[in-house]
Structure formats: structure tokens, C-alpha cells
Design a protein around this ligand. Structure first.
Ligand SMILES: C[S@@+](CC[C@H](N)C(=O)[O-])C[C@H]1O[C@@H](n2cnc3c(N)ncnc32)[C@H](O)[C@@H]1O
Length: 191
């Protein structure tokens, strides 16, 4: 077999192994939110933003995505909110590298992408958090936010709810699973 084909197959196998490794390590694959979910999250963010803008005392912190995967949501939010900082945390190597590449190609200067465990990140300055994770992670996030109060006012979660908070708005997607997208408002409740 020619060297080029061997190198290509090895690369594909290594990329596949990397995705499987991080999926097992983190408990979730880098499956991106669907277009419908993305539209719903952008819509809910406009509701949150309207509240924030009417609150004169509120300092607008960055929009932070926990587990930003391949970067689709980061890019969509960066385009919708060009004046705001959009911060992503992603640990899985290949999705992180791919999103970094797209962010550079698109020249989106308002995105900061970290290859870091979001549970170890300082989220106190975030004004809006985005996530599409799994029930265990929602519990960990809720506990983390309780321990580290800050600016945070809103959280939008695709598919998975926070265990002990009531969403202020929910959009049910018109997809196979009728997936919910939740908007939570914290006000001072977590502080
Ligand atoms: C289902 S994907 C969602 C991707 C993206 N948020 C979206 O909605 O399109 C979840 C992502 O979270 C990442 N992830 C899970 N736990 C993480 C952690 N503790 N720190 C950083 N990234 C994490 C996974 O690697 C995966 O890419």
C-alpha cells in the first residue's frame, strides 16, 4: 500500500480514537446542536438580552458556552452579538482544533476559545451560559454556580434541565424527540 494511503488511514484512525477517548472520558460525544436547537437558543438569548438591557445596574459579561464542540453555536452567537465577548470551553482535541480553525478563517475576533475543563473555569463574570450536555453535568454546573456566585443571570440548555431550578421559558423543538430548550433566569437566586 502506498505511503500516502497508509498515512491517511492512520490519521483517520487516530482522529476516530481521539473522539472515542474524549467521549468516554467526558461522558458525552461532541454531537452538535441541530439547526432547530441553534435557532431556539438564539431566540431565547434575545429574550434574556432584552431583560439584561433593561437592567441598568447590570454589567454585561461574556456569553459562555460550556462544551463548545465543533464551534457551531460559538460562531452563530458571535455573529448575532458582534459587540459581546463569546467564550467557549472544550476539552475534546479534534472539535477544539476544528472550531479554532473556523474561528480564525472567519476572523471572528469576539470569540475566545479555551481547551479547558469548564468545571475548573471561573464562570463568575458570565452573563449568559449555553450548554448541551447530560444530566450529570447539569447537576455539577448547578452546584458550581451555587458555590461561585457572580454576574450570571441566564442559562440556556438544550435538552437537559437544571435539577432544582424552574425554567422561565421553554421551547419544544419540532424534531423527532420533541427536544426541549430551557431558559433559566437566576436574578439573585444563586448569589
Ligand atoms: C453534545 S456536545 C455539544 C456541543 C455544542 N455545545 C453544541 O451544542 O453544538 C458536548 C460537548 O461538551 C464537551 N465537554 C463535556 N464535558 C466537558 C468539560 N468538563 N469541559 C469541557 N468540555 C466538555 C464535549 O467534549 C462535547 O464536545
Amino acid at each position: 500500500m502506498p505511503i500516502f494511503e497508509i498515512t491517511l488511514i492512520t490519521l483517520i484512525l487516530l482522529m476516530g480514537a481521539s473522539i472515542v477517548w474524549y467521549t468516554l472520558l467526558l461522558g458525552i460525544s461532541p454531537m452538535p446542536s441541530s439547526n432547530k436547537a441553534q435557532t431556539a437558543m438564539l431566540h431565547l438569548s434575545t429574550l434574556a438580552n432584552t431583560h439584561v438591557e433593561s437592567d441598568r445596574d447590570f454589567k454585561k459579561g461574556p456569553i459562555v458556552e460550556l462544551g463548545s464542540g465543533w464551534g457551531n453555536l460559538l460562531i452563530a452567537f458571535a455573529k448575532q452579538y458582534p459587540q459581546q465577548n463569546i467564550v467557549g470551553y472544550e476539552l475534546s482535541l479534534l472539535p477544539w482544533l476544528t472550531s479554532l480553525l473556523f474561528i480564525k478563517i472567519l476572523g471572528l475576533k469576539n470569540i475566545t476559545l479555551h481547551r479547558k475543563d469548564f468545571l475548573k473555569a471561573d464562570l463568575s463574570q458570565a452573563s449568559l451560559i449555553l450548554c448541551y450536555l447530560y444530566p450529570g453535568a447539569m447537576l455539577k454546573i448547578e452546584n458550581k454556580l451555587k458555590k461561585e456566585p457572580g454576574l450570571l443571570k441566564y442559562l440556556i440548555s438544550h435538552n437537559f434541565s437544571l435539577p432544582s431550578h424552574q425554567a422561565i421559558n421553554t421551547i419544544q423543538l419540532d424534531d423527532l424527540y420533541r427536544s426541549p430548550v430551557y431558559l433559566y433566569q437566576f436574578q439573585k437566586a444563586l448569589q
